[in-house]
Design a protein around this ligand. Sequence first.
Ligand code: ADP
Ligand code: MG
Length: 701
Amino acid sequence: MGYSFEETPIEFLKGVGPKRAGILKKELGITTFGDLLVYYPFRYIDRSKFNKISDIDSDQSFVQIRGKIVHFETIGKNRATRLVATFKDSSGYINLIWFQGLKWIKEKIKDNTEYIVFGKPTFYNKSFNIIHPEIEEIETEQDIIAKGLQPFYSSTEKLRVIGLNSKGIAKLTRNLIDNIKGSLNETLPEYLIQRLKCLSREEAFANIHFPANHIILEKARTRLKFEELFFIQLRLMMAKIVRNIKSKGHKFSIIGNTFNDFYYNHLPFELTNAQKKVIKEIRADVATGKQMNRLLQGDVGSGKTLVALMSMLMAVDNGFQACLMAPTEVLACQHYDTISNMLDGMNLEIELLTGSTKTSKRNKIYENLVSGNLKILIGTHALIEDTVKFNNLGLVVIDEQHKFGVTQRASMWEKNIIPPHILVMTATPIPRTLAMTLYGDLDISVIDELPPGRKPVKTCHYYESARLKVFNFMKQKIKEGRQIYVVYPIINESETLELKDLMDGYESISREFPLPEYAISIVHGRMKTDEKEYEMKRFLKGETQIMVATTVIEVGVDVPNASVMIIENAERFGLSQLHQLRGRVGRGSDQSYCILMSDYKLSTDAKKRLQTMVETSDGFIIAEADLKLRGPGDLQGTQQSGIIELRLADLAKDEKIVKFARSIAEEILKEDPDLKLKKNYRLLYQINLMSSKIGNWSMIS
Ligand code: ADP
Ligand code: MG
């Protein structure tokens, strides 16, 4: 019929007509056989394993029991509020409780019928209960779809209505798997399957849906996870190879006067060894004649800005222009100020371009860019606009890289005929597996050392009851001449309620720290840029002692005299954000402090986050912990970027497979960089297929 097995429209599957097809598409996005194949079960029932009611304990995260309902009771006077069923097995009784869907449950449940019940036991009112359990009739022999573990699929109300509850979906999947033999394309070469001793693709799909036991299920999962991760790695590495071979880069052959003048006469401090190492790596890279694509990782405060500046000076020395792009206006301004100060007396043109640059100024900048007089441009994403044209752009530095989307980054490539070198810098370290997957095509440099004389920030966690103590501590520190940040969470700047928290906090601090003895700055995202800037400057100059702010100060600001960071409602921040905020202090020579204020009620995850903050200041450890707690989903803007879509593999848990997949990809491409060998034809086919779906990847950075 012309379709491959996977592309076959779902309505051609036995059991799916046009109506079901329509609803499957709407509810689950399933339109083809292939979509259904990767609609994996979220859980399996092992029919051979049941818990005894008498053994149940509320520590168990779930139990599976088998028995009958012996009594039903609807609770609530006029309106039923709750349905309680007494469920019995040979060992005892337990209550099943429903608060919703009572009518449906009552109709569905029959007397004297054996059920399998699944759920989390809780202990309440002196007895064990399962609230909103899954409940299912025991099937008769001929009804059984799966012999071993029974798959469970998530379903929706609309699907259930047309008979596609978990079991209904399982029936469809069964039909699909029964048809699969010999029809499904294998994606891995035979030699690789043999070497990895893994299941074939067909076997893997059959066994992830209908596994005979846990061992084969694990094998199926491993094979499919490997496949997901392997092709990502293969693609990234091929993109890198293509770039290295095909795309020419600007050659920065010399280290010249500008760099040397700066290094010998203007450098405000000795470089750390890590900074030296990284600058050498960059230097070597830009001298090859190939385009550099490098990720610079370093903890907050490790001195990435200086590395960025010195890299830009290399460009200037070789007759090129360079630019530095920051994610926020505040940060761009700060970079501009810092860098202007450092370059003071060097006779080098540098400008700042942001969304709020006045038209006359802007036009002048454009002119100087085109003529080539302007060597270094610092700015926000205003730099990306088409109107910004360079004479000869040789290097783009992107700070806090994850704040920019893939396309934004790629557009910087087009600012010169031969694409400029790209140096992207992270705000905080990225866990290895994530770096490999997200930035697998980049070379990585790491600053793994902080400038000397930094004392680790002392971090503690307090509740509201310690408020007075905290105020007193603040007063003492101000007396010693230090400055203080107080940060409030505003996740969404448009949320009035959150803004109210900030304003309330500001008021109570103003009462406690009155004029004229004290002066307070306030900064939040709703303020105009020049207002923000004015307040920041006052704090920077030491005219105010306290800065009350939202997370607009999160990235990059640098006030070495500020030695106390107070984070309100710390439980509402993510780990990397907390770490970023803490990085604002501890920049001077004084002992610094980070005080995490929180609500009394904390979720387990929030507790872990705060505890991690108190225990460690190592950004790499925090990044790993963050990945484990949050999962990779919302890290680093991966979701928006759409670069990785993992259905099974989990970057937090499958580190081994990620590394293994990478090493295999490396090995294969070493022998066969274009995948032209006959034995690798399946790989080439797959890569081409992916490219046609997602587009060209060689320019993602
Ligand atoms: P980040 O890596 O977080 O961007 P910055 O570049 O803002 O860090 O640097 C943090 C602070 O450390 C700045 O005040 C900067 O001047 C200072 N700094 C950078 N390098 C050194 C160094 N080698 N020795 C001492 N201080 C340094
Ligand atoms: Mg920085």
